[in-house]
Design a protein around this ligand. Structure first.
Ligand code: NAD
Length: 248
């Protein structure tokens, strides 16, 4: 029996990178998954690969009416929502604050931060009605420290905010047996990482105690644990998965 047998999950930013790995891993562990993204070709292809256990919805996570549609579709198609993985994220331009355009700042916050609020708001009514749920909010080590303030202050601010939103939600909804945790990856090999730091991760590996960049499926194992009943007494916590990068 899979570790997520019978569970219904929504994974945002599921067309590529870690979101795609989570979708694959969740289905392999017995879940059925609503994949959302703004890359219809990649997203639809992954849903086809995963078969009846997956459906793709084109949805910009910063759009509230779209969130209501995503939640409605999950309920009409699969009957419930057990797990939400707020994974979609963007970097924005690699510039310091004085050179950061106000619109770029706002867009990074809209996708990385505000959308996490919207996603939780969309699924909480169904989770409250069910008396259970697990929400996994993807932050970053940039939500723990700004030393690796990469790539800009908007990214750091938005990822710190995800940590705060997570704790507030954990406190508010614990009484409904809804758990809310944040995940803080370090350098993980994905299209985003390659776009930002190059194939080899630039100078990053020298700062990683385990001496290598992480794999998306390693983060998926953490997401599976947090989505499953194995983590039934864990909420409001920061789960750092960075091979020791932030302990130095
Ligand atoms: P990625 O760019 O490879 O994948 C992100 C996915 O999110 C893409 O498919 C993209 O189309 C989608 N997306 C972007 N904007 C969206 C929007 N407005 N609505 C819906 N979908 C949208 O990135 P990744 O590396 O897989 O990152 C996944 C998450 O992990 C992000 O939140 C990122 O900030 C975080 N993270 C990544 C790393 C890393 O090293 N890769 C480290 C720490 C945190």
């Amino acid at each position: 029996m899979g570790r997520l047998e019978g569970k219904i999950a929504i994974v945002t930013g599921a067309a590529r990178g870690m979101g795609a790995a989570h979708a694959r891993g969740f289905v392999a562990e017995g879940a059925r998954v609503v994949l959302t993204d703004v890359r219809p070709d990649l997203g639809a292809a992954l849903a086809t690969e995963l078969g009846d256990s997956a459906v793709y919805v084109d949805h910009d996570v910063s759009d509230w009416p779209g969130w209501q549609d995503v939640a409605s579709l999950a309920l009409s198609r699969f009957g419930k929502i057990d797990v939400l993985v707020n994974n979609a994220g963007i970097l924005g331009p690699s510039v310091p604050i004085a050179e950061l355009d106000e619109d770029d700042y706002a867009r990074v916050c809209a996708v990385n931060q505000h959308a996490v609020f919207l996603g939780m708001k969309a699924v909480l009514p169904a989770m409250i009605a069910a008396g259970k749920g697990s929400i996994i909010n993807v932050s970053s080590i940039s939500g723990i420290v700004a030393n690796y303030g990469f790539p800009n202050a908007a990214y750091v601010a938005s990822k710190f905010a995800v940590r705060g939103l997570t704790k507030a939600a954990a406190v508010e909804y614990g009484k409904y047996n809804i758990r809310v945790n944040s995940v803080h990856p370090g350098f993980i090999y994905t299209p985003m990482m390659v776009e930002a730091a190059g194939e080899e991760g630039g100078d990053a590996t020298g700062m990683i105690p385990l001496g290598r960049i992480g794999r998306d499926d390693e983060v998926t194992q953490l997401a599976i644990f947090l989505g499953s009943d194995e983590s039934s007494y864990i909420t409001g916590a920061e789960h750092i998965i960075d091979a020791g990068m932030t302990v130095q």
